[in-house]
Design a protein around this ligand. Structure first.
Ligand SMILES: Cc1ncc(COP(=O)(O)O)c(C=O)c1O
Length: 376
């Protein structure tokens, strides 16, 4: 959105971070060097997982996590539709079939009962997305996964630092994926990280991100892999960003609470929950729910305020047209039993407001003011 006076998001890069990137550029190693190891080690320490494997994006991480867990053609993978399109795309990269299950209206995460109802003999995995930094119900989803012998992958791309019952997201599933695009809690420009407790999965991920190399030999490729590496410059940035994750999360929580205080009491506005028992939220975006969302967004844009329509459900995207769901024995995606009524309702109402670490009180006040006027 060009010329918006208040952007939807903005990076927060310190001089120390710039220095860290520049010092890599002065070194002899620009890829697969000490900064990758340092960043992976720091993620292991922070998240509390056994292994961390840096990759070039969250999408690459989802692709490799599915591949490392041997998801293949014809397998069904249960996913939400109310999320970023990469979740279902990664399933489709493998010739597997995303099966969309509905979400819970309050948490906006997969509804465990609806996910279980979508299981068939072909189901191999579920992807639990921690939507907008709020942990999915991992206790219930974990039980379902065990009962039906399914892999459980966490998409924690929006949720670095979120906790449930004292445990960090990323430690519940067979593998979990984080992402570091500039609007995320920490950024490496582009980048991602897959974490897992399983050494074999970690080895597979390391080979697959690096053209299928398993040993020292640079020109020996044990399997068909990808170039999904994260550069030393990106890792250097990530290391320093991760060091200040706690202050970043505290700042983002303060912004969220600030918006809630400014918008509290508006009868036509649905505000996100800020205090959820047993949960530590990691604020990715600040999303309100309004009727006639598109008109409100347009009126805000006219006043110089950028907003985001997070999310247009995946099954409503042109790449997921109904025709693709009806290809006889080989549909490209499936809508689970009972359809997606909550996803439809929520997807038409959600509006992300400007949300970034360095947003000022004045900017927040203006956003709240313009929003209230746009509603009336
Ligand atoms: C839930 C979710 N999954 C996956 C991704 C993909 O991450 P990336 O943009 O790094 O490929 C994103 C990023 O926006 C996301 O929000």
């Amino acid at each position: 959105m060009k010329n918006a006076e208040i952007p939807l998001s903005a990076p927060d890069i310190t001089e120390e971070e710039i220095e860290a990137v520049v010092s890599v550029l002065r070194s002899p190693r620009l890829s697969l060097g000490p900064k990758l190891e340092e960043f992976e080690h720091a993620m292991v320490e922070y998240v509390g997982s056994e292994h961390a494997v840096g990759v070039s994006s969250g999408t690459a991480g989802l692709h490799l996590a599915l591949l490392a867990l041997s998801i293949g053609p014809g397998d069904e993978v249960i996913v939400p539709s109310f999320t970023f399109v990469a979740v279902a795309n990664a399933v489709r990269y493998l010739g597997a079939v995303p099966v969309f299950a509905d979400i819970d209206a309050e948490s906006l995460n997969l509804d465990p009962a609806r996910a279980e109802a979508a299981i068939t003999p072909r189901t191999k995995a579920m992807i639990a997305v921690h939507t907008f930094g709020r942990p999915a119900d991992m206790a219930a989803l974990g039980q379902i996964a065990r009962r039906h012998q399914l892999h459980l992958i966490e998409d924690a791309c929006e949720a670095l630092g979120a906790e449930m019952d004292g445990r960090q997201v990323g430690t519940f599933g067979d593998a979990a994926v984080f992402a570091f695009y500039p609007n995320k809690q920490i950024t490496t420009g582009e980048g991602g990280m897959v974490v897992t407790q399983d050494l074999d999965v970690a080895r597979r991920l390391r080979a697959l991100r690096n053209h299928g190399r398993t040993g020292e030999a640079w020109l020996e490729h044990a399997e068909v892999g990808y170039n999904y590496r994260l550069s030393e410059m990106q890792c250097a940035l990530g290391v320093v960003q991760l060091r200040r994750i706690e202050s970043i999360l505290a700042r983002r929580e303060a912004v969220a609470r600030g918006y809630c205080a400014l918008l509290d009491g508006n009868a036509v506005l649905g505000l996100p929950a800020v205090d959820v028992p047993g949960v530590r939220l990691s604020w990715f975006v600040f999303v309100v729910q309004v009727e006639e969302r598109d008109g409100v967004a347009e009126r805000m844009r006219e006043k110089g305020i950028a907003t985001g329509r997070y999310f247009l459900p995946i099954h409503r995207q042109p790449a997921y047209s109904p025709r693709r769901a009806q290809r006889g024995d080989a549909p490209e995606f499936v809508i689970g039993p009972g359809g997606l009524p909550v996803t439809e309702r929520v997807g038409a109402r959600t509006l992300a407001l400007p949300f970034f670490n360095r947003i000022t009180e004045e900017q927040m006040g203006k956003v709240a003011d313009v929003l209230q006027r746009a509603l009336s």
